[in-house]
Ligand binder design. Sequence first.
Ligand code: NDP
Length: 387
Amino acid sequence: MRRISIFGATGSIGQSTLDLIRRDKESYDIVALTGGGNIDQLAKDAIEFGADVAVTAYENRLSDLRAALAGSGVHAAAGPHALLEAADREADWIMSAIVGAAGLAPGLHALRHGTTLALANKESLVTAGPLLLGSAQSHGARILPVDSEHSAVFQGLVGEDKSEVERVIITASGGPFRDWSLEQLEGATLEQASQHPSWDMGQRITIDSASMFNKALELIETKEYFGFTPDQIEVLVHPGSYVHALVGFKDGALMAHLGAPDMRHAIGYALHWPERRDLPVARLDLAKVGTLRFEAPDQVRFPALRLAQEVMATGGLSGAVFNAAKEAALDLFIANKIGFLDMARHVERVLTEMSDSVSLAGRSMTLDMVLEADKEARDRVFAGHSN
Ligand code: NDP
């Protein structure tokens, strides 16, 4: 039996992971399931899968979780410390699917035990890629990508010599605002930004897809995870979301990964790696798809892509600042306090301010430095907004 923990079990990726596990329950022993405010879902899943422990990130929800788990035998715990304790529990495979930089500390803890970490939480690689990869290396742990584009690149590299790769192209659906003018984008509402044309995802990543901040994070994630140089990594808008990524080799060959837009493919690949197993995803009927359409991305209407290029070139703590400023700006947009394009304006302002005040570039990092940069970036977004 494989021992499995899922961080962010109540979210979109967490639920898709449980969906796969549910189909073959007797092969898995669920160690820990974690969530945030969705106590009912967390307790329901923890009872169904007989988890050893269920953890909510919020201390003030412990009594609710205890009540929901009463008599089930599942241990209830709460708070950031309990999340780390759950990450310390022995497991063979851990899904990292908390949203945002909050996923970083549990991921780092899990790696210390030499586990396999399936990483959906791209923010932790963007924020502290060298720390995460360094920890995996020194503890003999493995990080497997779960983002569909990165899983596609990973699969495209199987059996290949990475030094023969010329370029990597990750695709972007373009989101709901692909054809919108700058003027229209200025007035885009929360409701409009929360609808994705091809992927069914959590609200935050859906809005990040509309602003292309999600693709910006993925560019940085590609650089951090695979170690390609920024000029080797490209984005191509592909509205159908059938081609997830392409790997180009020095002989001119371009290997594409295609599949239905269903995260259970990338999750299942990471779950069963290095094997391939039958997965409950739709098979592409290319005759029905007919045409695959591609467009160059527009860095003027989607400035997040331009900012990501700057962050990749700068390296060091700039990823932590970029991600934290983006998360804080997204909080303000969700609270209807700023407009859609203001998110990128705040991120750019904070990146400029912080690179003027401290050197963000190329410094060796510690977790404390990352957390400090993260906090300062968030504070600056909120302060700049209220000024
Ligand atoms: P969701 O918003 O659907 O779920 C997020 C999960 O994190 C929930 O379990 C939530 O708990 C929990 N959570 C929220 N805040 C905190 C916190 N402060 N501390 C601990 N746990 C918290 O997100 P997704 O599943 O969409 O995304 C998860 C991660 O996967 C993100 O990093 C995203 O970028 C990445 N990803 C997602 C894809 C997708 O298709 N959804 C595709 C590729 C990557 P609760 O709901 O109980 O409050």
